[in-house]
Design a protein around this ligand. Structure first.
Ligand code: ACO
Length: 275
């Protein structure tokens, strides 16, 4: 069971009801979007449950894989959210329009919590994407540190075509990865970016045949786990901060992180060779 909150009220529902599966195997956690009959469409409950999983992630976990069951990674937000009836128990955009500005902002912040934890320095998040990743689906893939794509992957930031903006934390990673001009072109045309183009413009680390996707993610996870845990965390923290610092500031940050590493490895109680 996970605690899921919708605009203030909270209730306990099972991950199965939300359409998610969650498994922890040693240092790897796997979250599966599991509503393949609805192309893994996402609701407020999905995002709330994702945040809950992040909050309760066991300390030993170092790699978090997000994958989708069936032919598509995720067809984005559940389109029932755009109907007056909405998703049972979760309301709709029509009901959101009646919310005060602060309440609506709070709701967006709650939804975004489901995505933001995937950037924590102590984990590496990997999206395994096959078929469509549309809107919230594309943004969920962008929320991850790394993306492994099946060669049938189709990425689309559809929100502007629907009169909306992407607000599930996807705009910054998109700009960081492809640059402002390309991000504007992709979002404002709401066109489909195929797997090969995605790899070429920096949206994918790897493109494989669909039947090789799970194995490719397993291999990548194993490679990520082969490095020293604390060094990996410190290095990710350094890399994440790099674009916001000058070269001199970044050099100083490297020095600080290394001092902490050396102390941990060779200082009091240390004195062991790097693992
Ligand atoms: N929300 C709710 N149900 C959906 C969604 C969705 N986003 N996407 C697909 N489904 C449902 C369909 O209604 C259909 O249900 P049914 O079998 O009960 O009729 C089932 O999933 C299968 O969908 P198909 O369209 O038949 O599947 P197909 O593989 O041919 O196409 C595709 C997949 C391209 C993803 C298509 O379903 C689609 O365009 N979906 C809508 C995408 C969209 O606009 N998402 C919103 C983006 S904006 C945002 O996320 C904020």
């Amino acid at each position: 069971m996970v605690g899921v909150s919708f605009g203030g009220s909270a209730e306990e529902i099972s991950l199965k009801e939300v359409g998610l599966r969650y498994e922890v195997d040693g240092e790897i956690a796997t979250i599966t979007l599991d509503r393949p009959d609805k192309r893994n469409a996402q609701t407020f409950a999905t995002w709330s449950a994702l945040a809950d999983i992040g909050d309760g992630l066991p300390q030993q976990v170092r790699v978090v894989v997000i994958r989708g069951e069936g032919p598509s990674f995720s067809a984005g937000i559940d389109l029932r959210m755009f109907t007056p009836e909405g998703v049972p128990g979760q309301g709709s955009f029509a009901s959101s329009a009646a919310l005060g500005e602060a309440t609506f902002a709070d709701r967006v912040t709650q939804a975004q919590r489901g995505f933001l934890w995937l950037r924590r320095p102590d984990i590496v998040s990997v999206a395994a994407v096959q078929g469509h990743a549309i809107g919230a689906g594309f943004q969920l893939a962008l929320a991850c540190d790394l993306r492994v794509l099946a060669d049938d992957a189709k990425l689309c930031m559809k929100e502007p075509a629907l009169g909306l903006v992407p607000d599930l934390t996807g705009t910054k990673p998109l700009v960081d990865l492809v640059g402002l001009s390309r991000a504007i072109e992709i979002c404002l045309t709401a066109r489909v970016v195929g797997a090969q183009e995605a790899a070429r413009i920096g949206l994918a680390e790897l493109v494989v045949a669909p039947e090789e996707l799970d194995e490719a993610v397993r291999d990548l996870s194993a490679a990520l786990l082969a490095t020293n845990r604390d060094a990996a965390t410190a290095t990710k923290r350094l890399l994440q901060g790099a674009s916001g610092r000058t070269l001199t500031e970044q050099a100083a940050a490297e020095g600080r992180e290394q001092a902490a590493r050396i102390k941990a490895l060779f200082g009091e109680g240390g004195g062991r060779a790097p693992a």
